[in-house]
Ligand binder design. Structure first.
Ligand SMILES: Cc1ncc(COP(=O)(O)O)c(C=O)c1O
Length: 300
């Protein structure tokens, strides 16, 4: 019997993706051109956020997110132990301390109860931020204790939950988290080679994120102006830019995302049906829609 290894992920590239990339290769800008803005605007509209900042990958996005939220060395941030390394590493990049609270036994996401207990066991101001999943409940708790929220939505473009007012809240739309982060690594929904997006509804955070992505260099609000090529580096930033080539691919891939999420749910339902009673599946709160980057179960 021959054994075949099923790959962890495989990107879905159509002719329109290829055409968009080829067209960009012969256009004026390979980077810092119009396709980046175009992709940012389309992505923000799709998710329902006011602002989107395209970055070279989601890890870079997480890094500038904690910087924009002003995380200082030794300040503490709570996150889930079940995530990819980058969700915690971004805190370490800024010199902060990572505190894990436990996961919920049914949803496998960060437990609200455990996190509340952890926050309340320490004096006010002990923690600075939180990287959770059930946003409405966590927002309430975060506001009570003066914490910010980063939503690591890398697995979730097109996923949503329904809030207590029965409004659909798309992951990363900025209504409950200060900043949302998405990844466009090819194993994810929107394949772009490498790439990420940072979303927010705050104009102040948007400006800070845009500056950090671009070396901290600005041509707005300068202390002096000598015209022409003059610009100022007003803070220490990074080169976390995304190219126009990747953005062109992002635009065509984004147009197919909703369809892809529907297909992922169909496949997940087939597994659930086939393994009913034999495996325990991740629970989903009422009115939520899973974008299914992963299909999670445990042996009951
Ligand atoms: C939850 C989560 N956050 C962040 C990342 C980092 O994404 P990237 O590879 O785009 O830096 C990943 C990647 O797998 C992830 O799964």
């Amino acid at each position: 019997m021959s054994s075949q290894i099923i790959p962890y992920g495989r990107q879905h590239i159509d002719q329109d993706d290829i055409d968009a990339v080829v067209k960009t290769l012969t256009a004026d800008f390979l980077t810092q051109g119009p396709r980046v803005n175009d992709f940012e605007e389309k992505f923000a509209e799709y998710i329902g956020a006011k602002y989107a900042v395209a970055v070279s990958n989601a890890t870079a996005g997480l890094h500038i997110a904690v910087m924009a939220l002003n995380l200082k060395p030794s300040e503490r941030v709570i996150t889930t132990p079940i995530t990819f390394a980058a969700s915690a590493n971004c805190v370490r990049y800024a010199g902060g301390e990572v505190w894990f609270s436990d996961i919920d036994r049914d949803s496998y996401t960060l437990s609200l109860e455990d996190t509340k207990n952890l926050i309340e066991s320490k004096p006010k101001g002990f923690f600075k931020g939180i990287i959770p999943v059930d946003l409405e409940a966590f927002r309430e708790s975060a506001d009570k204790h003066g914490l910010w929220i980063i939503e690591d939505a890398c697995h979730a473009p097109g996923g949503y939950f329904t809030d207590s007012k029965r409004n659909k809240q798309y992951c990363g739309n900025g209504n409950y988290a200060d900043i949302g982060i998405f990844s466009f690594h090819p194993v994810k929904h929107i394949a772009r080679g490498e790439g990420g997006m940072v979303t927010t509804n705050s104009e102040q955070l948007y400006k800070k994120l845009s500056s950090l992505r671009m070396h901290g260099i600005t041509k707005d609000n300068m202390t002096e102006n000598h015209g022409g090529w003059y610009y100022e580096m007003q803070e220490l930033g990074y080169n976390y830019r995304l190219t126009d080539i990747q953005s062109a691919l992002g635009i065509t891939q984004l147009a197919k995302n909703s369809e892809g999420v529907v297909r992922r749910n169909e496949i997940a339902n087939t597994y659930k049906e086939a393994f009913k009673g034999k495996l325990k599946f991740q629970s989903l709160q009422d009115g939520a829609y899973n974008a299914h980057h992963l299909f999670i179960y445990c042996r009951s």
